[in-house]
Design a protein around this ligand. Structure first.
Ligand code: C5P
Length: 224
């Protein structure tokens, strides 16, 4: 957009997807490419923000100069990094796909088929909800933005899910992203609805992830 309207604003963006190991070579993960979060970080930096990108299992070679990158892998690592960074942040944008569960134990050695027989059971425990924690702990003037990836084909039901989610998480805005339709994970385009705390739609936008990123920043930070 060619304007420095976010000049000096401190923004923390999480992107990618967390991985939860259960032995030294295996993990449970998700299909988040990190593209939308990266686009938000890049767009904010172009507009003058001081951006920290917390990158969960994504290539960060293409991250523009001037963006501080913190690499993490597990949900607990992401939690620690984002909580530390959030203390100084005006805005936290939780675009990462965070695993809801992690294995209850991580084996020291690789699990062997010879040892398990024809069935393997891995027990999971629930991870902290980082977005809910950040929202509960947010300081005066701080804006917390969550993302939701849903596979709901019915727009009215999708909206209900989004409204319930923003109420549950307590964040200021929720970017609802339908990964079940034509766009979503690992694509260059996206299709989102932005909700405010009251559950009102403040913006609906489709397009490239970079253009969607700019519009998300407009809707949540400049009120446009
Ligand atoms: O509940 P759901 O996973 O759909 O919520 C998505 C939003 O919550 C995203 O912003 C994601 O980064 C965040 N989240 C989180 N901690 C979790 C799970 C999701 O911060 N354990």
């Amino acid at each position: 957009s060619g304007r420095l309207d976010l000049d000096g604003l401190r923004i923390v963006v999480t992107a990618g997807g967390t991985r939860e190991p259960f032995d030294p070579v295996r993990f449970m993960g998700n299909r988040s490419s990190g593209k939308q979060g990266m686009a938000v970080a890049a767009a904010a930096a172009v507009r003058g923000a001081i951006v920290t990108l917390i990158a969960a299992n994504i290539g960060t070679d293409a991250v523009p100069d001037g963006i501080a990158v913190i690499d993490v892998s597990t949900t607990l690592e992401l939690e620690k990094a984002v909580q530390t960074a959030a203390g100084q942040a005006d805005v936290v944008i939780m675009a990462a796909a965070v695993a809801d569960y992690r294995p209850a134990q991580v084996r020291q050695g690789k699990i062997k088929k010879e040892a398990t027989g024809d069935r393997l059971t891995v027990e999971f425990v629930v991870n902290p909800d980082i977005l809910a924690e950040l929202s509960a702990a947010k300081h005066e003037g701080q804006t917390i933005i969550g993302f939701a990836a849903e596979t709901e084909p019915d727009p009215a039901t999708l909206l209900e899910l989004g409204r319930a989610k923003i109420a549950r998480k307590g964040c200021d805005f929720l970017v609802v992203n339908n990964v079940g339709w034509k766009t979503g994970f690992a694509t260059d385009d996206n299709d989102v609805v932005v909700l405010n705390r009251a559950g009102d739609i403040v913006m609906e936008v489709s397009g490239s992830k970079l253009s969607v990123a700019d519009r998300i920043l407009d809707a949540t930070l400049t009120g446009v």
